[in-house]
Ligand binder design. Structure first.
Ligand code: SAM
Length: 237
């Protein structure tokens, strides 16, 4: 899968994708991340990407021309599986279901807004969808793009090794988790400062371990995220 990121701060992305799962997946050729500098799609001496908002008011707005030109240059003949996503505090919330959906596409282009935001014609006539990573305002779309990319990339075939499957993680409706939180985990030492790992996890009985994990996932979800329990009072009645 190919991810494109359009930003005025390309150097921002030197960090987030240089480690761990996403780095290994890139090295293995399972995904390709291409960072594009929005200023490369301007023609004036100052490489201007923003302008004052019509109607007055504070701040600056990212202009439509460089953004349209960038997308049209990256994809001269755009196909339906080449999706443009505008990161925006105002979009529907990005969640695991959205990550699953996006992981089915062949190419994504993530547009990072800045300042007061992006000229509305980008949302109306260029982007396939707007996505927000949470109901708060960030200074720019770069952090949000990194979040969307990371959560989507780990769902691609082969990105997680055989021993770790996304199907066993929190929120996955499709795996054995049924949309619950993941079960809690423990590792060595079995006794740390007198706090003991559950005995059942040490006894090698796979059926008991499976049952314990299921029950503890339900208990943890009920305690921390009751809204994920399908028959809970918030959903059922
Ligand atoms: N004036 C906008 C508003 O009140 O909704 C906020 C603009 S914000 C300072 C600048 C850019 O950061 C946005 O265009 C968007 O790309 C990005 N951004 C901010 N919060 C975000 C969020 N929660 N999710 C995704 N992107 C966000």
């Amino acid at each position: 899968m190919i991810f494109h990121v359009l930003t005025i701060f390309p150097e921002f992305f030197a960090g987030p994708f240089a480690h761990g799962v996403v780095k290994r997946a890139q090295d293995a050729g399972l995904l390709d991340i291409r960072i594009h500098d929005l200023r490369d799609y301007t023609f004036d001496r100052h490489r201007t990407v923003d302008d004052r908002p019509f109607g007055g008011g504070e701040g600056m707005v990212l202009k439509p021309e460089p953004i349209f030109l960038a997308v049209e240059s990256i994809w001269p003949a755009r196909t339906p599986s080449q999706k443009v996503i505008l990161l925006s505090a105002q979009g529907p919330l990005f969640d695991q279901a959205a990550a699953n959906r996006l992981s089915q596409e062949s190419e994504l282009l993530l547009i990072c807004g800045r300042y007061e935001g992006v000229d509305e014609r980008v949302a109306e006539h260029l982007a396939d969808e707007e996505l927000s990573i949470g109901s708060y305002v960030l200074s720019g779309g770069e952090l949000a793009a990194a979040v969307v990319l990371d959560a989507t990339a780990r769902l691609l075939p082969g990105v997680l090794g055989n021993d770790t499957s996304a199907a066993f993680e929190s929120f996955q409706e499709t795996g054995h988790g049924e949309g619950l939180l993941d079960c809690p985990h423990w590792t060595r030492p079995a006794d740390f400062r007198g706090w003991k790992a559950p005995e059942v996890l040490l006894n090698g009985n796979h059926e008991q371990i499976r049952r314990f994990r299921k029950e503890s996932a339900i208990a943890k979800t009920t305690r921390l995220r009751r809204d994920l329990i399908k028959d809970g009072p918030e959903r059922g009645e």
